[in-house]
Design a protein around this ligand. Structure first.
Ligand SMILES: Nc1ncnc2c1ncn2[C@@H]1O[C@H](COP(=O)(O)OP(=O)(O)OP(=O)(O)O)[C@@H](O)[C@H]1O
Ligand SMILES: [Mg+2]
Length: 318
């Protein structure tokens, strides 16, 4: 049986410098992320549960509290960060040390595939090398694109870099491959059983990888009536509580399905949600606080110091 060759063997005698190129890319990525306080993945494994909604709101809440924040939209095929953060159609700049990210709401720096495309609704098509092998090529092209989004963008110094991870546990594995020192995972779930069974796989993945700060967000935990503001049950199920118990992770945030908030988000007006007193804004700020407290605890634990005050676990319907 033929064995798959390693980079070293492929490189041998071909003059391609393949090994050097790969090592250079890793070094560039490492040097770039050294300027970032914490890399935080917002993930689920499950599609459509509100990962992008949470990423945009969390990034904006962190920025509103004075943090310098970047967002990588790792959803190359269905990007939504530039829309939600209000910088859709922005032009990316070019600096000596990389692509200059777009500026979204509250100064959040954004890198997303649609910012590289001429028309907003163009589907992404990778040109494969002659001879086919399209499926193999696509996966490595997507990994290369994500590595460039992380490593070849002139992020400058950042307190936090958030990554909106598309559905599929394979996408979580891809990110962990590129960023083995991922600092935190914000794991989004809805209440139902189908979400629970998928999100359990993702939680296993990040906890087994040793990600030091992991917390859950319970999204669409009820329906907030736009007329009377009352909270009604929506999906049956207690996925967040069961997952929290099984994986011994806190629930960092809880969001009802709030049609007005969804509409604001989809219009790119996330900053309006953070206006004083507005409910999703209150919840996004609480989530930002829980994440930062947990990151602080994880840092204190690795430095051998006394842990800081525990992350507030947000429980119960708001
Ligand atoms: N709590 C919420 N209240 C109101 N609208 C919400 C809420 N959560 C998400 N939405 C809306 O639901 C839609 C789907 O959410 P979103 O795009 O964030 O899901 P996703 O998990 O990122 O999906 P995908 O798997 O396709 O990336 C969006 O229009 C979003 O604004
Ligand atoms: Mg999304």
């Amino acid at each position: 049986m033929r064995r798959i060759r390693t980079y070293n063997e492929v490189d041998h005698g071909t003059g391609s410098r393949l090994l050097e190129q790969v090592l250079e890319q890793h070094e560039r990525l490492g040097a770039r992320l050294a300027q970032v306080g914490a890399v935080v993945a917002v993930l689920s494994g499950k599609g459509g549960v509100g990962k992008s909604f949470v990423t945009a709101g969390l990034a904006s809440a962190l920025a509103a509290s004075g943090r310098s924040v970047g967002v990588v939209d790792a959803d190359l095929n269905g990007p939504s960060m530039s829309r939600m953060l209000g910088c859709e159609g922005a032009r990316l700049g070019d600096a000596p040390d990389g692509v200059v990210p777009a500026l979204g709401a509250l100064g959040v720096r954004v890198m997303a595939m649609d910012l590289l495309q001429d028309t907003p609704d163009a589907p992404l098509r990778w040109k494969e090398p002659e001879g086919g092998h399209g499926a193999l090529w696509q996966s490595s092209a997507e990994t290369a694109a994500l590595r460039e989004f992380l490593g070849d963008v002139a992020w400058g110094e950042l307190d936090l870099l958030l990554v909106d991870v598309p559905p599929g546990t394979d996408k979580i594995g891809r990110l962990l491959g590129l960023v083995p020192g991922l600092d935190a995972a914000v794991v989004v779930t809805t209440p139902g059983e189908v979400a629970r069974s998928v999100v359990a796989r993702s939680l296993r993945m990040v906890t087994e990888a040793g990600v030091p700060a992991v917390g859950l967000v319970s999204n669409m935990s009820g329906f907030r009536c736009p007329g009377c503001d009352a909270l009604h049950p929506l999906f049956p199920g207690d996925a967040p509580a069961r997952l929290a118990k099984r994986f011994r992770v806190p629930i960092w945030g809880e969001f009802p399905l709030d049609p007005e908030a969804g509409a604001s988000m989809d219009r790119g007006e996330v900053d309006r949600l953070l206006e004083a007193g507005r409910l999703p804004g209150v919840h996004f700020r609480a989530l930002a606080g829980a994440l930062e407290a947990s990151l602080g605890e994880a840092r204190a634990a690795t430095q051998g110091g006394a842990p800081s005050v525990g992350a507030p676990a947000v429980g119960g319907a708001p």
